[in-house]
Design a binder for this molecule. Structure first.
Ligand SMILES: [Zn+2]
Ligand SMILES: [Zn+2]
Length: 115
């Protein structure tokens, strides 16, 4: 049987819930504005990251070391922290892709049938 959850609601919890969510919305707006302006474009491209992965994506994940094979050339990569890439930087640069998500570096929806 599951425990029954009850949140005691009073004037201060109402105020706090609204204040927290308002702050979240403000943060999202700032993130979106930064995403649109792309102020770190040179650094972002040098890092082989698309605008989403650079400005928006949450870096969530485990802390166990993982080995990942590049999804294009098969080179073995090791990651010790939460951030995992799906392709190596050489392939990311060669094909103008984001190393983290494997999408187009400028988020263009590609129509071509090959890499
Ligand atoms: Zn590769
Ligand atoms: Zn990406």
């Amino acid at each position: 049987m599951k425990d029954i959850i009850k949140h005691k609601i009073d004037v201060s919890t109402i105020y706090n819930a609204t204040a927290v969510n308002s702050r979240r919305i403000k943060r999202m707006k700032i993130m979106l504005d930064t995403f649109k302006e792309d102020p770190d474009k040179d650094k972002r491209i040098a890092d082989c990251l698309c605008k989403y992965c650079y400005y928006i994506a949450d870096l969530i994940g485990g802390s166990t070391p993982v080995k990942v094979e590049c999804g294009i050339c098969g080179k073995l990569m090791e990651f010790k922290n939460v951030v995992i890439n799906v392709i190596c930087e050489d392939c990311a640069k060669k094909y103008e892709l984001c190393k983290r998500c494997g999408g187009d570096i400028e988020m263009r929806l590609r129509a071509k049938k090959s890499l």
